[in-house]
Ligand binder design. Structure first.
Ligand SMILES: [Ca+2]
Length: 267
């Protein structure tokens, strides 16, 4: 992103894209439902549509767009000005309110925000974290001083099949959840991703899709990965998974410097 006009165009496109799932619902209600009797296998059709739900992909796209805009603004304006620009955007694009609210809160409170992740930079070794390796498979998982985003330590995985560094965060449904980390891949092979597995307060699977953000194909570079949204109904635990997968012999990935915020809504 190179200028303010592009930033505004990205915001407008994100706003338009964000309306697509609602438009699809409207299409169903207005066009398909009234003709239910003439459409063969309507339930099956609905099932197919449900499975092809574009909402998670759109959410990722919108988040990525807003992240790009924020990066541009942060590079060109002071914090107060960035917050003011998000307030303007909130006004101009009401459909993006839930996304922009997070940006406003971060701009306004980032210095005083309470990071919920224990030992977020692995400087206290494995305090707060545990490791999961898929049973029956191998993964080399260890903390590493060769690569760190900040401090001395980073969390390394590879070579191996699939494993995660895991930490549970207590959450309350309906609050805004924000999670970010830094990730680095050794090569363009394998998978390196930030996940959230939603669980009930009793630690049972909530049986909804995990939130996921994969590191881009930028070997050797530290990348910021970000996930946020509303804590789903019924959730009491957000299980953070730092995932490494399919790392070949010369391959590995690293994670460092997590931040997790829970923003309760007071309005
Ligand atoms: Ca560190």
């Amino acid at each position: 992103m190179t200028d303010e006009a592009t930033a505004q165009l990205v915001l407008r496109k994100a706003h338009e894209s964000n309306a697509l799932p609602a438009m699809r619902e409207q299409l169903w209600t207005d066009v398909v439902e009234p003709q239910k009797n003439v459409l063969y296998g309507t339930e099956r059709y609905r099932e197919l549509i449900a499975r092809s739900d574009p909402a998670p992909l759109l959410r990722d796209g919108v988040q990525h767009a807003l992240e790009s805009v924020e990066r541009y603004w942060q590079a060109h304006y002071a914090a107060a000005e960035v917050a003011a620009r998000w307030a303007q955007a909130h006004e101009a694009y009401p459909g993006l309110a839930s996304h922009i609210r997070v940006r406003e809160q971060l701009a306004a409170h980032s210095s005083s925000a309470k990071n919920l992740v224990v030992n977020p930079g692995f400087e206290e070794q494995m305090t707060g974290w545990h490791i999961w390796v898929r049973p029956g498979t191998q993964m080399d998982v260890h903390l590493d001083t060769e690569q760190a985003h900040t401090g001395s330590w980073g969390a390394r995985m590879g070579p191996g099949t699939i494993a995660c560094y895991v930490q549970d965060i207590k959450v309350t449904e309906g609050a805004t959840f924000y999670l970010t980390c830094w990730a680095r891949r050794a090569t363009g092979k394998g998978v390196c991703g930030l996940h959230v597995w939603w669980k009930t307060p009793e630690s049972a699977d909530l049986k909804i899709g995990q939130w996921e953000r994969r590191a881009a194909d930028l070997p050797g570079q530290w990348q910021k990965l970000e996930l946020y949204g509303t804590v789903p109904s019924g959730a009491g635990i957000a299980e953070i998974l730092l995932l490494g997968q399919d790392n070949g012999e010369d391959d590995a990935c690293w994670f460092d410097d997590l931040m997790c915020l829970l923003i309760e809504h007071t309005e």
